[in-house]
Design a binder for this molecule. Structure first.
Ligand code: ARG
Length: 461
C-alpha cells in the first residue's frame, strides 16, 4: 500500500500525506486490534439502534450484520489484513466492512465518532477482562482454601519482625491471603460498576443531531446505564485507572505471598516445596531448583505499579474533552490485564503444588520461645497482673536461653524460680498444640477455628 492522504477516511481537507514516521507514531492498530470483538459488538448494537430509529434502512442493517459476520470470521481465522494506513481497529474494521457491503458500511458511522466508539470498546473489553479475572481469583482462592483445610492443624512459627513470635497453623496463614484476595475481588466488582456504562451516543463530544436511543444500545450491550454527560463520556478514563489500581493492590498481595514462598523454599528455612513445574534450574549449578515463578511475580508487581502511574499521569492535565493522549491508555491497561491474568492463572495452579514440610516448621517452633506469651497468659489466669507476668516470663526465657533449651524443657523448679505460681499443668500450656488450641475465637489460629473459617470461605465462594 502506498501512502496517500486520500487513503484516510478523514483525508478530505488535507493536501499532503503524513510521513511514514508520523503514520507509525499515531497509529494504534498494532495494539488496539485486540479489541476487535468489542468493536464489532458495539457497531452491531449501534447499527441495530440506527435501523430501529429509522436512521438507516432495514436493508442497511442486514448488510452490516452480514458483512460484520464475515469480518469477524476473517479476523478470527487470521486472514484479515490489518493496515497501519487505517490507523486503528475501528477504521480497519469499517473499511473492510465497506469493501464487503458498500454503502451500508459507509452509513454505520452515522451519529457516532471514534471518540465514543473507542470509549465503548475499552469499557466492553475491560468488563470482559474483569469477569475473567474474577473467575481466576475465585479458582485461586479456592486453591488457598483447599490448602488451608489440608493444613488446618499444621503448626508453623508465626512471625513479627521476621522473629519467631507465636505458633500459628499453616492453614491460618493461607486464610490470611484468602482474605486479602477477597478484598481484591470486591475492588474489581466495584470497579466493574463504574466501567459498565455506555459512552456511545456522545459522538465526538457534544452528542448528535440524530434521534438516537442510547438506552436501547446500553441494554443491547449489557451496560447498566448510559454515561450521563457526553464530554465526560468520551474523555475520562478513570474507570481504567481504578481497575489498574485494583490490579496494583492485587499484585502487592501476590508479591507478599511470593516473598514468603521464596523464603519458605530456601533450604535454610525449608518450610515448603513447590512442584517442579513452577521452578527452573541453573545453567551452571546442577543442584539448583529456583522458585522462578514467585520471584517473577514479585518482579511483575513493579510493572503493574508502573502501568498505574502511566495512566494517572496520562489523564492529569488533559482538558475536556477527547485528546489523542488517550490512545496511550491501551498499552498500560492491556499489560496490567495480561500480567494479572497470567499471574492468577499460574498461582491458582501453583497453590495446589505446594507441599508443606511440617517437620521443619515444628523444629523452627522450638527455636524462639514461641510459647512465652502463653506462659504469661497462664500466670495472669493465676492472678498476676499482665505486666508482672510479662517480666517473670522474660526471666524464665533468659534462663532457658542460657541453658540452651526451649521453655517446655525447663523443669518445674526452674520455672518456679521466676514464676512461683506455676503448677504441673503449665506444661500443657507450653506445648505448641496447647498454644494453638487455646486461641479459639473467630479470627484465631486454633485448628477448630481454621476449619470453621474454611467452611465459611467455601460457602461464600
Ligand atoms: N485510536 C484512537 C484512540 O485510541 C481512537 C479515537 C481517535 N479519535 C480521534 N479523534 N482521533 O483513542
Amino acid at each position: 500500500m502506498t501512502s496517500n492522504a486520500n487513503q484516510y477516511t478523514w483525508a478530505g481537507r488535507f493536501s499532503e500525506p503524513v510521513s511514514d514516521l508520523v503514520k507509525r507514531y499515531t497509529a494504534s492498530v498494532d495494539f488496539d486490534q485486540r479489541m476487535w470483538r468489542q468493536d464489532i459488538r458495539g457497531s452491531l448494537a449501534h447499527a441495530k439502534m440506527l435501523a430501529k430509529q429509522g436512521i438507516i434502512s432495514g436493508q442497511d442493517l442486514a448488510d452490516i450484520e452480514h458483512g460484520m459476520a464475515q469480518v469477524a470470521q476473517e479476523i478470527a481465522s487470521g486472514q484479515f489484513e490489518w493496515s497501519i494506513d487505517l490507523e486503528d481497529v475501528h477504521l480497519n474494521v469499517e473499511k473492510r466492512l465497506t469493501a464487503l457491503v458498500g454503502d451500508a458500511g459507509k452509513r454505520l458511522h452515522t451519529g457516532r465518532s471514534r471518540n465514543d466508539q473507542v470509549a465503548t470498546d475499552i469499557r466492553l473489553y475491560l468488563r470482559d477482562s474483569i469477569d475473567d479475572i474474577q473467575a481466576l481469583l475465585k479458582q485461586f482462592r479456592m486453591a488457598l482454601v483447599d490448602l488451608a483445610e489440608k493444613e488446618a492443624a499444621t503448626p508453623m512459627p508465626g512471625f513479627t519482625h521476621l522473629q519467631v513470635a507465636q505458633p500459628v497453623t499453616f492453614g491460618h496463614h493461607m486464610l490470611a491471603y484468602f482474605e486479602m484476595f477477597g478484598r481484591d475481588a470486591e475492588r474489581f466488582a466495584d470497579a466493574r460498576k463504574r466501567t459498565n456504562r455506555l459512552p456511545l451516543g456522545s459522538a465526538a463530544l457534544a452528542g448528535t443531531t440524530y434521534p438516537i436511543d442510547r438506552e436501547f444500545v446500553a441494554a443491547e450491550l449489557g451496560f447498566e446505564g448510559v454515561c450521563e454527560n457526553s464530554l465526560d463520556a468520551v474523555s475520562d478514563r478513570d474507570f481504567a485507572i481504578e481497575f489498574t489500581s485494583a490490579c496494583a493492590l492485587l499484585m502487592m498481595h501476590i508479591s507478599r505471598l511470593s516473598e514468603e514462598l521464596v523464603m519458605w523454599m530456601s533450604p535454610r528455612v525449608g518450610f515448603i516445596q513447590i512442584a517442579d513445574r513452577f521452578c527452573t534450574g541453573s545453567s551452571i549449578m546442577p543442584q539448583k531448583k529456583n522458585p522462578d515463578v514467585p520471584e517473577l511475580a514479585r518482579g511483575k508487581t513493579g510493572r503493574v505499579y508502573g502501568q498505574l502511574m502511566s495512566l494517572l499521569t496520562l489523564m492529569k492535565s488533559q482538558p475536556l474533552a477527547y485528546n489523542k493522549d488517550n490512545q496511550e491508555d491501551k498499552e498500560p491497561l492491556f499489560d496490567a490485564v495480561d500480567t494479572v491474568t497470567d499471574t492468577l492463572r499460574i498461582f491458582a495452579d501453583m497453590a495446589g503444588g505446594i507441599t508443606v514440610r511440617a517437620e521443619n516448621m515444628k523444629v523452627a517452633l522450638t527455636q524462639g520461645f514461641a510459647t512465652a506469651t502463653d506462659l504469661a497468659d497462664y500466670l495472669v489466669k493465676k492472678g498476676l497482673p499482665f505486666r508482672d507476668a510479662h517480666e517473670a516470663v522474660g526471666h524464665a526465657v533468659k534462663a532457658a536461653e542460657a541453658k540452651g533449651v526451649d521453655l517446655p524443657q525447663l523443669t518445674l523448679d526452674e520455672i518456679r524460680a521466676f514464676c512461683p505460681q506455676v503448677d504441673t499443668d503449665v506444661f500443657s500450656v507450653l506445648t505448641v498444640e496447647g498454644s494453638l488450641a487455646s486461641r479459639n475465637h473467630i479470627g484465631g489460629t486454633s485448628p477448630e477455628q481454621v476449619r470453621a473459617a474454611v467452611a465459611r470461605a467455601r460457602s461464600c465462594l
